[in-house]
Design a binder for this molecule. Structure first.
Ligand code: GTP
Ligand code: MG
Length: 197
């Protein structure tokens, strides 16, 4: 798929204020600093469309980007950053759960996982939430350029094994690096396929 146009539309704290639309949207979520905003820039080939930072907690709002006038990418704030107050955590949880539960045009959630880490409790808990809410999701393993192919494969195998302890089936998996543009074609093809349905 060719990305002809990628436009920033809005930033919101509430799902009720998000763009009114029937166009499908794909939301990016995961721990703070996992690379959600970077992946949106990599997919759209726009270096500054979504704001990124080396410090966790950069994205704080629900950000909508309209692609080719036909579907949206949504950048969400991350979870799991240790230095966040209980109040902010609760605010995050309320906002994201309202978004996931109420956004009718949400086609799929891309849950980003840092490929360098052992399975994280916060990620496994969030997968549980998605499952319980019946939200369709896929997993995206990020930052694979930062380690060997073998290490990535090993960590993904461990993650799969962990998931299979509670899930009968595994979700679709993507392996990415935003710096090397790895996984771009696969994710865009997946979006194109689901858009046709
Ligand atoms: P929050 O908005 O804070 O939740 O973070 P985020 O998940 O949007 O992360 P962001 O895209 O801002 O990236 C965090 C840091 O990781 C930045 O310094 C990025 O340059 C870096 N980064 C993201 N993806 C990759 C990648 O694939 N490879 C490498 N080497 N660095 C990456
Ligand atoms: Mg971000």
């Amino acid at each position: 798929m060719v990305i002809k146009e990628a436009k920033f539309i809005s930033s919101n704290t509430e799902v009720a204020k998000c763009p009114e639309t029937k166009l499908p949207e794909y939301a990016f979520i995961g721990r703070s600093n996992v690379g959600k905003s970077s992946l949106i820039n990599m997919l759209t080939e726009r270096t500054k469309l979504a704001k990124t930072s080396s410090l966790p907690g950069k994205t704080q709002l629900i950000n909508h980007f309209l692609i080719n006038d036909s579907w949206y990418l949504v950048d969400l704030p991350g979870y799991g950053w240790a230095r966040v107050s209980q109040t902010s955590r609760e605010k995050w949880s309320k906002m994201v759960k309202a978004y996931l539960g109420k956004r009718e045009n949400l086609a799929c959630v891309f849950l980003l996982i840092d490929s360098r880490l052992e399975p994280q409790k916060t990620d496994l808990e969030f997968i549980q939430v998605l499952g319980e809410m019946g939200v369709p999701f896929v997993l995206v393993f990020t930052k694979t350029d930062k380690q060997s192919v073998q290490k990535t494969q090993m960590n993904i195998a461990t993650f799969k094994r962990t998931l299979l302890q509670t899930w009968e089936e595994l979700p679709r998996l993507f392996i990415t690096s935003s710096t090397e543009k790895k996984g771009r074609d696969e994710i865009l093809d997946f979006i194109a396929e689901t858009n046709e349905e």
